[in-house]
Write a protein that binds this ligand. Structure first.
Ligand code: FCB
Length: 394
């Protein structure tokens, strides 16, 4: 869709980028990902734990007014029931540094990594995980409530179940539908109870749970089976939304791609596509999907924040067109009456992309992992123009 005129975003719109602790901080060695021999190691990552202020200064210079980050549970509670006040102070300073740069924090309480003491007790499969999570949340929120308004409880639990229990290619590597079901039940309870705890400690807080929505299309549009499978996949996207809808103050949507669905080949996204249409991860670039997802979610009548959207693109040639085209469709959704209030690009900087290690380059900022130097990519300056002007210019 070509841009015809400047597209103005609503006043007060939040513009930012997202990161998560294990992917950028460095020096996290007490969690399941760091301990599992099968996984690549994040090691020093981007040394963001040390350079956070420098990174926030860059985000600010790029015109951003919000920032999504996560707290590392294994730093804050290194042993069961023992909270680390030095780690807490660190995050207090991180949040103060964000405020000093006028960046509104969106804080994720759990982004895929579990403290080792919980991982060895079966992690989210263990019903006690709900209480453990709640006591961690209580500690964190009572101490950080003055610095955070937007809380995100559990990042993409459905992606975690898929990768940890069904495929499985992430810890805990348990190929079992029953275990996945147990973990799912506990994750839902954990969100609901955490929601109540946060609201009790901080009634003005805004709380949600980020969900990864892909768009699904039938590979063969004349095949009723493919069509039904695509509908089913879209429905399955909502497994953490439907039971939690009364415990969400806004929708937190992570959108990346579309998958083609076929009875013969399952869920894929590279059928007959040219390289131009794919990211370095092989994910289809399908900007309209963000609009199609938001139209489906309109019935929830909740404000929406896009808490992740982005691509791996080492060349940086596709990044700005990707962001621009998603913003055009996002604007279209706003015009159709959907109350979208913010957008976070994934990610502020290159980082540790889970099982794929350090190869994929998602960052607005490039990292030299040897020297830890930061380099702003050209696409970041393009995005900055939108952040600064609150509009998408022609
Ligand atoms: C999302 C994750 C995030 C990052 C991006 C590429 O599913 O939340 O940590 O890995 O994908």
């Amino acid at each position: 869709m070509p841009v015809k005129k400047a597209l103005k975003f609503p006043d007060g719109f939040l513009w930012g980028a997202a990161i998560s602790a294990y992917q950028v901080e460095g020096g996290i060695d007490n969690c399941d990902w760091a301990r599992d021999e099968k996984m690549p190691k994040a090691g020093r990552a981007c040394e963001h734990y040390r350079f956070y202020d420098k990174d926030f200064a860059l985000a600010h210079s790029l015109g951003q007014n919000a920032h999504r980050l996560s707290l590392e549970w294994s730093r804050l509670e290194p042993e069961e029931g023992q909270f680390n006040h030095l780690a807490l102070e660190h995050y207090q300073q991180v949040l103060s540094a964000l405020h000093a740069r006028h960046l509104e924090p969106f804080v994720t309480l759990w982004h895929f990594t579990l403290p080792q003491w919980l991982a060895v007790q079966e992690g989210w499969q263990n019903p006690k995980s709900v209480d453990y999570f709640c006591s961690y949340v209580e500690f964190v929120v009572s101490n950080l409530k003055g610095r955070v308004k937007f809380w995100l409880t559990l990042n993409e639990p459905e992606v975690y179940l898929l990768n940890g229990y069904i495929k499985p290619k992430w810890p805990p590597f348990k190929k079992s539908l029953f275990s996945a079901w147990q973990a799912k039940r506990n994750l839902i309870k954990a969100h609901q109870q955490a929601y109540l705890i946060i609201k009790k400690i901080q009634p003005s807080a805004q709380v949600s749970l980020p969900i990864n929505f892909s768009w699904f299309s039938p590979r063969n549009k004349y095949s009723p089976i493919d069509w039904w499978m695509a509908r089913l996949a879209l429905w399955a996207n909502g497994i953490f939304l439907r039971p939690n809808k009364k415990c969400m103050d806004f929708l937190a949507i992570n959108y990346y791609t579309r998958r083609m669905v076929s009875i013969f080949t399952g869920f894929r996204n590279e059928f007959g596509m040219t390289n131009e249409q794919l990211t370095d991860m092989g994910w289809e670039i399908y900007p309209k999907g963000i609009y199609q997802i938001l139209r489906r979610l309109k019935k929830y009548h909740l404000p929406v924040y896009i808490t992740e959207n982005g691509l791996a693109d080492q060349s940086d040639k596709k990044r700005w067109p990707y962001i621009r085209d998603h913003l055009i469709w996002l604007h279209q959704a706003i015009e159709k009456g959907i109350d979208v209030r913010g957008y976070f690009y994934w990610s502020l900087m290159d980082n540790f992309e889970w099982a794929d290690g350090f190869d994929p380059c998602f960052g607005l900022i490039e990292i030299n992992y040897r020297t830890m130097e930061r380099f702003i990519r050209p696409s970041a300056w393009q995005y900055a123009k939108t952040c600064q002007s609150n509009q998408l210019l022609r």
